[in-house]
Design a protein around this ligand. Structure first.
Ligand SMILES: Cc1cc2nc3c(=O)[nH]c(=O)nc-3n(C[C@H](O)[C@H](O)[C@H](O)COP(=O)(O)OP(=O)(O)OC[C@H]3O[C@@H](n4cnc5c(N)ncnc54)[C@H](O)[C@@H]3O)c2cc1C
Length: 613
């Protein structure tokens, strides 16, 4: 349907059209004359509003809601589901034409369904899958085995996955010593993850904010003491050696941790990608070890650290996580409205929140508002001026929202053929099922890519994570054709040698990535049918991610737990009574986890009960 090479009438288009008040926004290379041909299947994207948009908006106005959620990202939907299940009347207001935020599926090129931002699931808390009965609501996981493939230019390659024997034989190709050490490394990380689990599933032990009764202060002290005692007991059960290793992992550069474990460059580089994903840090940045842990904390069907593709009836990809959670919320009575952008929070003279003002002028009332938008957007853009304490405003304003991430979603007419394993696995094979690490043959290579960004330039040899979900999920692309995700680092928000709003500059960076992949899979570039590219400014504009940061703010040790989003406000409450955070900018941070949404809902329910006494 589409030409393989760009024709003169093909441009990078940011195309918006209005359809019965629903805005659909597309960015991709496509001949102009093809843009009007929208697939009927694309209509599902706007089908989530209950009834027509007009009646949805009418419902919003007609009563005072127990709670409003700004944003229908997976966390906002999770919070809404828990609140609605507890009997509260809840409305979710999403600015886009589609729910899901960064966990979304969009059919940008007819026949090709892209997990537009996030593309792999593992972090979603098992408690949420269980409690919201997401399997009943349609969520299916497609486990990947093997789960990673790192091709090398010298003709070697490394496959890794849940199969311990495969791991041993693959790593042995490089080092017998590393092959023996690998299961010990994995089981140590597993023990650390177990230690982290309870931390993720509850609000941090924050001190009480604002004026509180003696009884509340006492209860808070008891609660926090019990929390720390439990945590210390758990830490002590690790034993002294593991405890020291745990601290080492949290505080050290990932490069130091991995150098202590292994000698094989390609193995260390493959594992190190987890330590830098979504951040601007290098593998040599102290604290990058924590990011590594964050990315192995998840599981698929009980298998720790295993990432999966997701699937849900005819809505596939990561949007199906949001759809399943949205269905659970809807079943419990939540009212979800798309194309409903909140422009301001309504704050009474008393300083209490009393609802929101939508961009179209609609007022929606509630004395509890949860924001799934980034902390920056919430406090710097939605909260009226001069109602927040200065120290809080400064802390939010100067939080780290830097990003080095670009996502390219591709439609291709054949699978990439990697020359390192062409003779062993011709055509389709295990090399295609997992995450394919390009430009990650050594930690030095990753470090050098990050150094370019430190100097203000997109990496000359970017670090690319390629996934091909259509290998396992045949419903997302036409027969014989494939969907490919490229998660690319490092791309500064404001490059010093050009701008992301310049089509030629964008095209030249995309071609740089494709040419790098060609080094490993020679005919890759010529297989491209079309693509969608989201640089940091695109992620900010399209998805609402401040600075393009994929986690709603950096995940450095200084921005986690009791310090997320800022010190003193880690338990989802904010200096404005009635306003809560429920997105990734709150504890425990980014990724498709649902934990901020679930934890925030707990706090809102506690406060709601107190108010109704
Ligand atoms: C390119 C990319 C790749 C990623 N890959 C992965 C991955 O493979 N696996 C993984 O686990 N995580 C991944 N992540 C991270 C993960 O997707 C995010 O951390 C997570 O989805 C954020 O969820 P959230 O619900 O907190 O916020 P969001 O998904 O950002 O949702 C916030 C919602 O609020 C809406 N909103 C904002 N302002 C307003 C307003 N004023 N009015 C109404 N609505 C508003 C936005 O439109 C958005 O829908 C990736 C992220 C990106 C960007």
């Amino acid at each position: 349907m589409f030409g393989k090479k760009l024709q003169p009438n093909q441009h990078l288009l940011h195309y918006r059209f209005s359809l019965q008040n629903f805005r659909l926004s597309l960015i991709y290379f496509l001949p102009i004359n093809k843009l009007k041909a929208s697939s009927p299947r694309a209509m599902w994207r706007r089908s989530f509003s209950t009834g027509s948009h007009v009646s949805s908006m009418h419902m919003l106005k007609e009563k005072k809601w127990d709670a409003l959620v700004i944003g229908g990202g997976h966390n906002g939907l999770t919070a809404a589901a828990y609140l609605a299940r507890s009997g509260l009347s809840v409305a979710v207001l999403e600015r886009r034409h589609i729910i899901g935020g960064a966990a979304v599926t969009e059919e940008l090129i007819p026949g090709f369904k892209f997990s537009r931002c996030s593309y792999l699931q593992s972090l979603l808390r098992p408690s949420i899958i269980r409690e919201l009965e997401l399997a009943r609501h349609g969520l299916k996981l497609l486990k990947r085995n093997p789960s990673s493939f790192t091709p090398c230019l010298d003709g070697r390659y490394l496959l890794l996955g849940p199969d311990k024997e495969l791991n041993h034989s693959e790593i042995s190709k490089f080092s017998k010593r590393d092959a023996d050490a690998y299961p010990r490394y994995e089981s140590q990380l597993e023990r650390f993850c177990k230690l982290m689990d309870p931390l993720l599933d509850s609000p941090p032990p924050e001190t009480l904010q604002g004026i509180s009764s003696l009884q509340d202060r006492f209860k808070n002290k008891v609660h926090n003491s019990a929390y720390w005692t439990r945590l210390l007991c758990q830490a002590a059960s690790l034993g002294q050696k593991d405890m020291v290793d745990f601290m080492d992992l949290l505080l050290s550069p990932a490069s130091k941790v991995l150098n202590n474990w292994f000698e094989t460059d390609v193995l260390k580089a493959t594992l190190a990608t987890d330590a830098v994903i979504g951040s601007t840090a290098s593998v040599c940045t102290p604290g990058s070890g924590y990011v590594l842990l964050h990315h192995v904390m998840g599981e698929t069907d009980g298998d720790r650290g295993i990432w999966s593709y997701v699937y849900y009836c005819w809505i596939c990809g990561m949007g199906s996580v949001s759809m399943a959670i949205g269905n659970a919320a809807k079943e419990a009575g939540a009212h979800i409205v798309t194309s409903a952008e909140v422009s301001q929070l309504i704050v009474e003279d008393s300083g209490k929140v009393n609802g929101v003002l939508l961009a179209d002028g609609t007022l929606v009332h509630s004395s509890s508002v949860l924001s799934n938008a980034t902390p920056y957007k919430t406090f710097m853009e939605l909260v009226p001026d001069n109602v927040l304490p200065d120290d809080f405003s400064y802390a939010i304003k100067y939080s780290d929202y830097s990003s080095g991430t670009t996502k390219i979603n591709l439609a291709v007419d054949k699978l990439p053929e990697f020359h390192c394993c062409k003779s062993i696995y011709p055509g389709s094979g295990p090399q295609h099922t997992g995450t394919i690490h390009i430009g990650s043959e050594s930690m030095e290579e990753i470090n050098s890519a990050s150094q370019d960004a430190v100097n203000g330039l997109p990496s000359r040899r970017p670090v690319i994570e390629m996934t091909i979900p259509s290998v396992l999920d045949k419903t997302i692309s036409p027969p014989g054709k494939h969907v490919i995700n490229l998660f690319i680092q490092y791309t500064p928000y404001k490059p010093l040698d050009g701008g992301w709003d310049d089509p030629a500059y964008r095209e030249s960076f995309a071609q740089r990535c494709f040419t790098l992949i060609d080094e490993y899979a020679p005919e890759f570039s010529s297989s491209i049918i079309g693509y969608d590219m989201l640089t940091p400014p695109d992620l900010e504009r399209e998805i609402g991610l401040t600075g393009g940061n994929i986690f709603h703010g950096a995940m450095g040790l200084d921005s986690l737990f009791l310090m997320r989003p800022v010190k003193g406000w880690s338990n989802y409450r904010t200096p404005l009574p009635g306003l809560y955070l429920c997105g990734s900018g709150a504890h425990p941070g980014g990724g498709v986890m649902g934990a901020p949404g679930r934890n925030a809902a707990q706090l809102v329910l506690q406060d709601f009960k107190k108010k109704s006494k």
